[in-house]
Design a binder for this molecule. Structure first.
Ligand SMILES: Cc1cc2nc3c(=O)[nH]c(=O)nc-3n(C[C@H](O)[C@H](O)[C@H](O)COP(=O)(O)O)c2cc1C
Length: 310
């Protein structure tokens, strides 16, 4: 039976650089869509054109250095190892000299896609759940990445996945998940980032992204969908609850669905887990995160700061 974790949740829910400069903004085509005049609002599900790379993308990509395969995970000291309570920022007050731009997400004429672009470029890095599901009749399989994803509790182990669009026009993953109440969340590592990205293809329902990606199905224990064998960490999960959200700019229109799933089995590659089975080795996991636009991030630089005690 689905528990009502969300019952108290509120129902709410021409690119001109200012001093802004980032790789994803250089490489993506940011030409204004002719269908979007002032006041015309584009929903998140209509954002696929935003991922169209510019004509010069191949040239830009070719000019970049090769991927460094053997970058070790290194731990450095924190920026200010001498920091004491009350010291504040470690930049000598530099950040206090900067001003902020106030943005009303629903201000007149602001396309909703602008909020999407702002949020996915600013709320970074995000873990990516590569979600494996199966159709209700068991005949078709599905695999797709979702970066509106996170672990939100450990007892029980709970995870969220956010789907753009409504139940009416559900993405294949959401359709399968809501009908079967099962999925496997696979964490993406550097060694299969291209294949994982390929699973985002907008294939029609019933067409398996496993084939497109070349990834390998491994049997799950508790749930029907397969886990990704290449994945260092996979989580078999069962649906706890879903909640559909409504647009603010187009009242009445359903534009997003949140799914909460409970992890019922963990799979960790044996060279990545310690003796006690309670730590995943970052050096083996080499997780890939989602940044803005079509950018992905690596996690190779880390630092440790002891937790404060009162
Ligand atoms: C790295 C990455 C992260 C993504 N995150 C999300 C997300 O959080 N929510 C969403 O609705 N779509 C997301 N997408 C887009 C979906 O993966 C895409 O719509 C896919 O075709 C859905 O597949 P499905 O219809 O088989 O479920 C993401 C795509 C990529 C490449």
């Amino acid at each position: 039976m689905r528990r009502s974790i969300l019952s108290n949740l509120s129902r709410s829910s021409s690119f001109t650089p200012r001093s802004f400069n980032s790789i994803n903004c250089q490489t993506l085509s940011h030409r204004r869509s002719p269908i979007l005049g002032p006041g015309r609002h584009r929903t998140l599900s209509q954002t696929s054109t935003m991922f169209k790379v510019g004509d010069d993308f191949e040239k830009i990509q070719a000019s970049r250095p090769d991927f460094k395969h053997d970058v070790p995970v290194t731990f450095s000291k924190p920026p200010n190892p001498e920091w004491k309570q009350g010291d504040g920022a470690n930049d000598g007050g530099e950040s206090l000299k900067k001003d902020h731009v106030e943005i009303d997400p629903h201000e007149d004429g602001r396309p909703v896609a602008f909020n999407y672009k702002l949020l996915i470029s600013g709320m970074v890095p995000r873990p990516i759940a590569l979600v494996s599901t199966k159709s209700k009749d068991g005949k078709t399989t599905n695999l797709a990445p979702f970066s509106y994803s996170q672990v939100i509790n450990h007892d029980p182990p709970l995870f969220v996945v956010g789907f753009a669009g409504s139940f009416d026009k559900a993405k294949d993953t959401l359709k399968n998940l809501s009908e079967t109440e099962e999925c496997v969340i696979n964490i993406i590592s550097e060694h299969f980032v291209e294949a994982a990205n390929a699973t985002a293809i907008n294939a029609p329902y019933g067409v398996s992204e496993w084939d497109v990606s070349g990834l390998t199905q491994a049997p799950s224990s508790i749930v029907q969908p397969a886990r990704v064998k290449e994945s260092v960490l996979s989580i078999e999960a069962k649906l706890v609850e879903t909640k559909e959200f409504e647009s603010r700019t187009t009242p009445g229109k359903k534009t997003g669905v949140l799914a909460i799933v409970e992890g019922v089995r963990f799979w960790v590659r044996d060279d990545a887990i310690n003796e006690e089975k309670n730590l995943v080795d970052l050096k083996v996991l080499k997780p890939i995160s989602r940044l803005g636009g079509i950018s992905y991030g690596r996690t190779t630089d880390a630092l440790e700061i002891p937790r404060p005690q009162f």
